[in-house]
Write a protein that binds this ligand. Structure first.
Ligand code: MG
Length: 444
């Protein structure tokens, strides 16, 4: 539809010299004249790897020539499965349907597979869902945050990553981010001799010697040295930096529940902004025990794919921040409801936002962050130039904040020619290489 006509209708222009029609008559006239049904004509999964991560984005074409939308469907570890789901199931399901019926398309696609809430289907649905919201924004001539209720903040505060093998380098990184205007920094310090999450570190020969006979070679992770090291890291950082900078840390569900509780209790005096993923989703009932023992702020949930995994955590106020990876949970249409649900319990959002969320997914995060009252913090990813070439309009970062470009819809595009120049190097990444000394697999 012609955007000028649309704006005319929205502004009430052209009401004429006779008596102005009432709101209902105006809406009927809008429906009759201004919003002809717009059909989905094609759905395309685009696979690209401009940097290290395997990205999946979706382009939805419409019956209005030149009008299309983009959405994020990135599951870095299983991208080909998501693309096959889109090509074989959601594309035939969506083509021919009305672009405006976002909710109905989401709900009907959600149950069409009968078995539901799986990560592959959620990501595939997120790609189409995001594109439909993008299309709606473009039709209305409005950035998406306005369709979500409008901005409640000018820009989105970010947290940066600091990770190092040695403490002095970690402190330097935190100070560097602070000097750039950041007030929130995630800190991850290598455990001497061991592998760990969030920082590249090799297993020392003396640690390897402690393994029993017959263990296949792998990096070694052990919970106790990690917990001891993390507590010491917080103690040293607060001694050197004071308490004005907000420090965050990701446990990444790697340790037994009782040790996660010990860790959160031990760092409580150092007042982390949050401790992330102390338990695996499978151990979520442990949050009841944790909450009774410490006031340490808790963020949880980048692996959540099913509402039943997290609703009780919110309703019982067992966590402080929800950390869902939006595409893995079903996309923007689901995430806007997650945010609304959390607001009623004063749980804040901290959407997952590293490099395995595509720039389109970061744009979704951005629009929700701008419009959600109960926003908490946003994880940042600084996209390399090559990635920005594939995704023109990617959210911009300045001085610790992420900004929207205020273009209609998500404000981001995918350059298919540039994407084609960055094909996958492998079928997709695998996780879970670290093992304990005795050879037991460790969660990634
Ligand atoms: Mg995490």
């Amino acid at each position: 539809m012609d955007r000028r006509n649309m704006l005319k209708v929205f502004s009430g222009a052209g009401a004429g010299l006779v008596a102005a029609p009432g709101p209902l008559a105006q809406a009927q006239e809008t429906a009759r004249r201004g919003m002809p049904p717009l059909k989905i004509t094609d759905v395309k999964a685009i696979l690209t790897q401009p940097d290290s991560d395997h990205l999946v984005v979706v382009k939805v074409m419409t019956s209005e020539p030149g009008l299309y939308g983009v959405g994020c469907a990135t599951h870095r570890e299983r991208p080909l499965a998501v693309a096959a789901y889109i090509d074989n199931y959601l594309k035939p399901f969506a083509v021919g349907r009305n672009c405006d019926e976002i909710e109905d398309l989401w709900q009907s696609a959600y149950v069409a597979s009968y078995f539901r809430s799986g990560v592959t289907g959620n990501n595939a649905l997120s790609g189409i869902d995001g594109a439909l919201w993008d299309i709606l924004g473009k039709r209305c001539g409005q950035p998406l945050y306005n369709l979500l209720g409008g901005k409640v903040r000018a820009a989105v505060p970010l947290y940066a990553h600091a990770s190092a093998r040695e403490f002095p380098a970690l402190e330097d990184q935190v100070r560097k981010w602070m000097a750039e205007g950041y007030r929130h920094v995630r800190v991850q310090l290598a455990v001497p001799g061991y592998a760990g999450y969030g920082v590249r570190a090799d297993t020392a020969p003396e640690i390897r010697k402690m393994r029993p006979e017959g263990v296949a070679p792998s990096p070694v992770f052990e919970p106790t040295p990690y917990v001891n090291n993390a507590i010491k890291m917080f103690e040293q950082l607060r001694a050197r930096l004071g308490f004005d900078v907000e420090l965050l840390h990701d446990i990444h569900e790697r340790i037994p529940p009782n040790q996660a509780i010990q860790l959160c209790k031990a760092v409580e005096p150092y007042r982390p902004f949050f401790m992330e993923d102390p338990f695996a989703p499978e151990d979520a009932a442990w949050f009841r025990t944790l909450r009774q023992q410490t006031a340490c702020a808790i963020a949880m949930g980048e692996l959540f794919v099913n509402r039943n995994e997290w609703v009780f955590l919110v309703a019982e106020r067992l966590i402080d921040f929800i950390r869902i990876h939006i595409s893995a949970a079903g996309g923007l249409n689901m995430a806007r409801k997650v945010a609304a649900c959390c607001e009623f319990f004063n749980v804040r959002t901290a959407w997952h936002g590293p490099g395995n969320v595509s720039p389109v997914g970061h744009a979704v995060n951005l629009h929700l962050d701008l419009a959600a009252y109960n926003f908490g913090i946003q994880e940042q990813n600084v996209f390399p130039e090559r990635t920005r070439e594939v995704f023109p309009g990617a959210p911009e970062i300045r001085g610790g904040y992420m900004y929207a470009n205020d273009k209609p819809g998500l404000g981001i595009d995918v350059d298919e020619k540039a994407a084609a120049k960055c094909p996958y190097q492998t079928p997709g990444g695998s996780r879970g290489n670290d093992r304990r000394l005795d050879g037991t697999i460790v969660r990634p």
